[in-house]
Design a protein around this ligand. Structure first.
Ligand code: HEM
Length: 372
């Protein structure tokens, strides 16, 4: 809740001091999302204006943006040597350079952790690693764990020492959750604001439900089942916002024939999730933004497996529970406190994302009216 209040304070400050109540939505939620991760990982909170935190957030955004151009996306996804080559040839802003920056910042955070079975995420992890270090079947065994849990391409680039079996360490762990957990949540919340502004009637309905149910008090996670329309709205944003269209790298476990094409065992595949989320034969009115589609006849929210915003299977998003909790609390918090309106001078926000590993929305200056 502290992070929700922090974001609301920041928005209020900007809205009341900027001409025309204009607030840029870009990176509005990033410090809060990053802080949730820092606290989750290390048990400690960082001040929002902490230079280390700001640099860390910039670095994690840079990692995703570097994967945005076709050349980088293709080359760095398919060849772990490529980013190293970029570094050798002095290419500015290569993944190695940015990761190095991030690594230094996170090193500070991780260095404070010590093995403790009841401690923070890092501390529990260190404890398990120590306990199970010789158990070859455990994901906490160095070699085994790396292959099983963090053996993704992502980690090879970031750790840079995959082949020596050193990648499974606490620095990498924090890098992984920091990068995976900051820009995803904060970008999703930017999309939430965009859809609230695009559909003012839906925004009014979301607000009404919150007011009628909570009567002005702050939300807790126990309120989720009492706010079905809010859940429906968040679910529909997840379906249409095109934030993570491509799932992570997966491998075909056995020879598989799909639509007449043979995918031999071991082939690397990336699921096109946007095709699943917009399949017209299933969704019918796929182009329509309609939160009600997840309401049961009894007025309850029913999640839709087909949207799979967090992927599917064993390697689905590790942070799903946290991300869903954040999306709920941030959405309720900001709608309770502000009305978000389109900027009459620039017209409605674009619903098209910028190209990249994460579909960032195009920046937009929203008109933000504090409700009290
Ligand atoms: C709205 C927020 C988020 C979205 C939409 C999202 C989405 C995804 C998707 C689509 C994947 C790939 C799954 C697959 O390949 O099938 C993924 C993986 C992952 N996510 Fe998230 N994520 C979000 C937030 C988070 C948060 C908050 C964390 C960390 C606490 C996190 C940590 C991870 C990790 C570690 C992986 C890799 C899992 C693996 O390879 O085994 N994510 N996420």
């Amino acid at each position: 809740m502290e992070e929700v209040m922090g974001v609301c304070e920041e928005i209020r400050k900007k809205a009341t001091s900027n001409k025309g109540n204009l607030v840029s939505i870009e990176r509005l939620f990033a410090p809060a999302a990053n802080n949730v991760i820092c606290r989750f990982a290390s048990g400690k909170r960082t001040r929002q204006d902490d230079p280390d935190l700001i640099e860390m957030m910039e670095a994690s955004k840079d990692v995703f943006l570097l994967w945005s151009t076709d050349l980088f996306k293709m080359a760095q996804m398919y060849s772990m040597c490529f980013s190293k080559l970029c570094q050798w040839f002095g290419v500015k802003n290569n993944v190695y350079e940015v990761s190095e920056k991030l690594n230094k910042k996170l090193h500070k955070l991780a260095a404070q952790g010590h093995a403790d079975k009841d401690g923070s995420f890092i501390e529990r992890h260190l404890y398990m690693q120590e306990e199970l270090k010789d158990n070859q079947t455990s994901v906490f065994c160095k070699r085994q764990g790396m292959d099983y849990l963090w053996g993704g391409l992502f980690d090879m680039f970031l750790a840079g020492n995959y082949s020596q079996g050193k990648a499974f360490n606490k620095n990498l762990l924090t890098i992984n959750i920091s990068i995976s957990g900051t820009d995803t949540t904060s970008t999703f919340m930017e999309w939430v604001l965009i859809f609230l502004m695009t559909y003012p009637d839906i925004q009014a309905k979301v607000f009404r439900e919150i007011q009628e149910t909570l009567g002005g008090r702050e939300a807790t996670l126990q309120d989720r089942s009492r706010l079905p329309y809010v859940n429906c709205f968040i679910e529909e944003v997840g379906r249409v916002c095109q934030m993570v269209d491509l799932a992570g790298a997966h491998q075909v476990e056995e020879d598989t024939v799909f639509r007449g094409f043979l995918f031999p065992k071991g082939t690397q595949v990336f699921g096109d999730m946007s095709a699943v989320r917009t399949e017209p034969s299933y969704w019918k009115d796929t182009d329509e933004f309609r939160p009600e589609r997840y309401l049961t006849a009894g007025g309850q929210f029913q999640a839709e497996e087909r949207i799979a915003p967090f992927g599917v299977g064993k390697r689905r998003c590790m942070g799903e529970v946290l991300a869903r909790a954040e999306a709920f609390l941030f959405t309720v918090g900001v709608v309770q406190n502000f009305e978000f309106r389109q900027n009459g001078e620039t017209g409605p926000p674009s619903l098209l994302p910028m190209s990249g590993m994460i579909g960032y929305p195009q920046n937009y200056n929203a008109v933000v009216i504090p409700r009290t």
